[in-house]
Design a protein around this ligand. Sequence first.
Ligand SMILES: [Zn+2]
Length: 217
Amino acid sequence: MLLQQEREEIVVFGRKLISSNLTTGSGGNLSIFNRHLGYIAIKPTGVDYFLMKPEDVVVIDPEGKIVDGKLKPSSEVSLHLGLLKARQDIHAVVHTHQVYATTLACLNWEIPAVHYLVGFSGNKVPLAPYATYGTPELAENIVRSIGQYNACLMANHGIVTVGADLNAAFNVAEELELVARLYYQTKCIGEPKILSDQEMEVVTKKFATYGQPVSLP
Ligand SMILES: [Zn+2]
């Protein structure tokens, strides 16, 4: 089976999205780019994560043409392709509607450095302007707004995270849900103190690889 390992990873991490409360039902989507073979494995649209099998995962080329698989790719295929083509340093993309990050996205806020774990993204999580889901315009907005960050909020929609591999992109999504929740909760009872760009530079240097600090203090 073409991209067997990547397809199996998408099944495993899809289930982790549910068990980690980062998505519900068949929401959210994941992709992995095998740059050596030039093909992308992406979640099929509207398939339950616990019923999804590796052969259900769709393999497409960088233009979005189906190379292997019987199902239709995720409705956000243009967002995944846009990021994977624009960022040569990444190999995986995760998109979710995780509740706290999406709450802030619905306010059209960015997430500042309220906690050092925002370093999984950079010195903040930027916000991409709204566009209808699944459109090339949304993909363009995100590619422009994410720059070299590892995550980007999508106005009135959700969040997208990227990484050197799927584990890294998943970790970014999971850690930023905690940061988003802390930002929400601190704003409920006061005004959080934001870490300086200088301090965040120190932190992001310590996060030597994408989203994989060896041990968190
Ligand atoms: Zn979405």
